[in-house]
Ligand binder design. Structure first.
Ligand SMILES: *[C@@H]1O[C@H](CO)[C@@H](O)[C@H](O)[C@H]1NC(C)=O
Length: 285
């Protein structure tokens, strides 16, 4: 602003001098006076000498004004340099931030990839586990079915109602225990008196024989036509009791039944004195 005022002041002085010369000329003092009158706003003239001094001051003021421009320029240059430096720094920071951002983006992408991989792994494992659970469930179902297959047990006595003597006969005849007490698995047939093994395993069989009125009483367990054990009682007393039993290893389809011992007589009524029982102890492979 100071510089601008000086330039305008000098320009006006110059124009004035040129004009005076064109108009007929002024001596130096007159010119100075003229200039002083222009400058008179700040330094009102009192004498001619003062005017001259004032004029000199004005020139000095303006001469001093020029270095101010350079100073301003220097200042400006310094500011610009500073700004450039700051700009460089900012650019560097932005570049750094961009680099960080790139790295972060890469990390995020990587993490997303990891998560996807984990999800896939988890899904695979879950479906595997589900299959295992399903197979276990099926296994349980199979076990339940196997257990159901193992439910084999029966007991039967000779007569369903009333009382009955059987025998004596000269040969061994198969007894039909008609009064079924238990027949889980239906492996015992009350019409034929024959038990047929539904699966391979160890079975327990027992018989109880009861006779009356002095005639011997006896019966035997048979497996596939072969005698296994006999229960027999023979004495003069009124009641005759005997029993026997055996654990038998049976294949599927093997048959077990009871035959009345020859020349003996047995008796039964609602008290179920004569019984035939059997059950699976455990299956075998
Ligand atoms: C034989 O067993 C029957 C039960 O079946 C019983 O009533 C009777 O007293 C027993 N007889 C003897 C001599 O033990």
């Amino acid at each position: 602003m100071k510089a601008l005022v000086c330039i305008l002041l000098l320009l006006e002085t110059f124009v004035f001098v040129v004009q005076q010369q064109v108009d007929g000329g002024l001596n130096e003092n007159e010119i100075s006076q003229q200039i002083s009158s222009e400058d008179g706003r700040q330094n009102p003239p009192q004498t001619d000498t003062l005017r001259v001094e004032a004029s000199t001051d004005s020139q000095q003021y303006c001469l001093l004004g020029f270095p101010d421009i350079y100073a301003s320029l220097r200042e400006l240059t310094a500011t610009v340099t500073e700004q450039k430096e700051k700009n460089r720094e900012l650019t560097a920071t932005v570049t750094e931030l961009k680099e960080n951002n790139r790295e972060l983006t890469a990390t995020v992408t990587e993490q997303k990839e990891n998560i996807r991989a984990l999800e896939t792994q988890l899904r695979d494992e879950m479906s595997k586990k589900n299959e295992e659970i399903l197979s276990l469930t099926l296994g349980q179902e199979e076990l339940r079915k196997e257990n159901r297959d193992r439910e084999i047990a029966f007991s039967a006595s000779l007569v369903e109602s009333g009382s009955e003597y059987i025998g004596p006969f000269t040969t061994h005849i198969t007894l039909t225990y008609k009064n079924v007490l238990t027949n889980t698995g239906n492996a015992y047939n009350p019409i034929t008196g024959i038990f047929t093994a539904p699966l391979k395993g160890a079975y327990m069989f027992t018989i109880k024989v009861f006779g009356r009125l002095g005639t011997a009483a006896g019966a035997a367990i048979y497996k596939n036509g072969k005698l296994v054990v006999v229960a027999y009682d023979d004495h003069a007393q009124n009641e005759l009791n005997s029993s026997n039993g055996a654990v038998l290893i049976l294949e599927v389809g093997d048959v077990v039944y009871v035959k009345l011992w020859h020349n003996t007589k047995i008796f039964d009524d609602q008290y179920n004195h004569n019984t035939f029982s059997g059950f699976l102890l455990f299956p075998l492979q």
